[in-house]
Design a protein around this ligand. Structure first.
Ligand code: FE
Ligand code: FE
Ligand code: ZN
Length: 279
């Protein structure tokens, strides 16, 4: 595979880093995503330095793209309850320490749900949390994920993400993960107006912040605020539009991560499909 584009999927971290790297290769990919701990939260698995070393050598040899680690879903930095917020802040702080074992990669999280406190308050709490845990020496870039806007999710609009970034001191540590299903569900028409959506992103946030793509079709319509992922080409975004995203000159070269409802075989097929667009 040319090292000019990066595709992979979410892998189980239960066997460690080298196992994930080999699994990515087996499925045809050259990057991957994983949950830093159980997606529902809780204690993280011990990191084994020798496993990390083997992985790093393997990734170099295989010319892997940057990894896109994913925070647990239970992390809500703008929860109304202080103890839930604190739990999230502690997980985030711990995860960022752990990420330094694999320097220079990405850590993606859902900004949070304001649960009735309002967007402004939610944004302030998220920024406060980031200001507590980001540290100058870190090599990881923390990615705010674009959200579908279901419930009281923060991050449906590019402007909300921009406002968070503006309130963070070490904002050079922040980027954005562009989830195609979420952006579409959130009301950005990447099917008919991809260029305009990317222009809007550039104007509001800046394309230099767009670090990774969650590459998912959507089961629902534009602006549905739903967040149900579909297999590539089997949803409302559709194959042609997904291909235009994958091959867009402003996006090529960034890690593309599949979060589609698949088992290994389906992921291998979608990875092969993605690669066929560059053949
Ligand atoms: Fe996500
Ligand atoms: Fe996503
Ligand atoms: Zn989603």
């Amino acid at each position: 595979m040319s090292s000019k584009f990066y595709i992979g999927n979410h892998l189980s971290s239960s066997g460690g880093y080298l196992a994930m790297g080999k699994k990515a290769t087996e499925l045809g990919g050259n990057t991957f995503a994983f949950f830093t701990r159980n997606p529902r939260g809780g204690k993280a698995k011990e990191i084994v330095p020798s496993d990390v070393d083997k992985y790093l050598a393997y990734a170099k040899e295989q010319e892997f793209g940057k990894l896109v680690a994913h925070a647990p879903y239970t992390m809500n930095l703008c929860a109304a309850k202080a103890d839930i917020r604190q739990f999230g802040i502690e997980m985030l702080a711990d995860d960022l320490q752990r990420m330094e074992y694999t320097p220079g990669n990405y850590y993606n999280f859902h900004p949070g749900s304001h649960v009735g406190q309002g967007e402004e308050k939610g944004i302030t709490l998220i920024a406060e949390a980031l200001n507590q845990v980001l540290f100058p020496e870190m090599t990881t870039t923390v990615l705010l994920e674009t959200m579908a806007g279901k419930g009281s999710e923060i991050g449906r609009s590019f402007q909300e993400l921009r406002t968070i970034i503006d309130q963070v001191g070490l904002s050079d540590k922040l980027g954005v993960c562009f989830d195609t299903c979420h952006v579409w569900d959130g009301g950005y028409d990447i099917v008919n107006h991809l260029d305009e959506v990317l222009e809007a992103f550039d104007k509001v946030i800046g394309l230099d912040r767009l670090k990774a793509i969650h590459f998912n079709d959507s089961m629902n319509d534009l602006g549905s605020y739903k967040d149900r992922h579909a297999k590539i080409g089997e949803g409302k975004i559709g194959l042609e539009a997904m291909k235009r995203v994958a091959t867009h000159p402003l996006l090529v070269g960034k890690p593309f991560i599949l979060e589609t409802p698949n088992e290994d075989e389906g992921y291998a097929q979608e990875i092969a499909l993605f690669k066929s667009w560059f053949a």
